[in-house]
Design a protein around this ligand. Structure first.
Ligand SMILES: C[S@@+](CC[C@H](N)C(=O)[O-])C[C@H]1O[C@@H](n2cnc3c(N)ncnc32)[C@H](O)[C@@H]1O
Length: 212
């Protein structure tokens, strides 16, 4: 099995077109959170930087970390105004706390996801938020794959948040059509239509929790 770092160093194939479509879908949900401009955001496991770009585009001040150098290189080349850090989130010592600590599809690749989430929570300022987008399952479990990955029952995540004095203020389950979208990007209108009616099996969930 490949290490997570090696796996993500190889897969840097996102085209701008795929970004535009998947971005619109995540935007549907993130826009509903009405995040104020001017807030500081930490994007944990930023990958090629789509969400860093999103938070920057709504006026937030973004710091983003990933340990896959190819991803950080791609992100730096394509996205301005973001402080991209090459490093392991679990080891990196941050000097400041943030208004929002965000992760999309990152906890799913960290074996000790509880420890990672606890570290994320410690980095949230008073009156700040954690925002997570992760893959959904009926029970938290590791998935057989060429790289370590797991899906979550959101209850397990919410339990950790509550223990650490975070209160969930937004929760959505939604479809994640990314594999299909990557294959058939030209069907963008269809993907957007389907995503607007999440009647099928949910694949992802979004949680926002605030400090109490
Ligand atoms: C599935 S990708 C998601 C990328 C991005 N958040 C997105 O949704 O477009 C997961 C990312 O997390 C990064 N990652 C996993 N564990 C990490 C760690 N301990 N420190 C930093 N980055 C990590 C991987 O390198 C990869 O880029």
């Amino acid at each position: 099995m490949k290490t997570v770092k090696d796996f993500f160093n190889q897969k840097v194939g996102e085209t701008k077109r795929v970004y535009q479509i998947t971005g619109k879908i995540h935007k549907l949900y993130l826009d509903r959170l009405s995040i104020k401009s001017g807030l500081t955001v930490l994007d944990v496991g930023c990958g090629s930087g789509f969400f860093s770009w999103y938070f920057n585009s709504i006026g937030c001040k973004v710091t983003a970390i990933d340990f896959a150098s190819e991803r950080i290189r791609f992100a730096k080349q394509n996205i301005n105004n973001v402080n991209f850090i090459l490093g392991d989130f679990m080891k990196y010592k941050f000097k400041n706390k943030f208004d929002i600590v965000f992760a999309a599809a990152t906890l799913m690749h960290i074996k000790d996801y509880k420890k990672a989430l606890e570290k994320m929570i410690k980095l949230v300022k008073k009156d700040g938020s954690i925002i997570l987008i992760e893959p959904y399952d009926r029970e938290t479990r590791v998935i057989k794959n060429e790289v370590f990955m797991q899906r979550f029952n959101p209850k397990d995540i919410i339990e950790i948040l509550n223990k650490e004095n975070m209160k969930v203020i937004a929760y959505n389950k939604y479809l994640n059509l990314l594999p299909l979208i990557h294959r058939f990007p030209h069907l963008d209108r269809l993907w957007l239509l389907i995503e607007s009616f999440p009647i099928l099996k949910p694949r992802s969930f979004l949680i926002r929790a605030n400090t109490i």
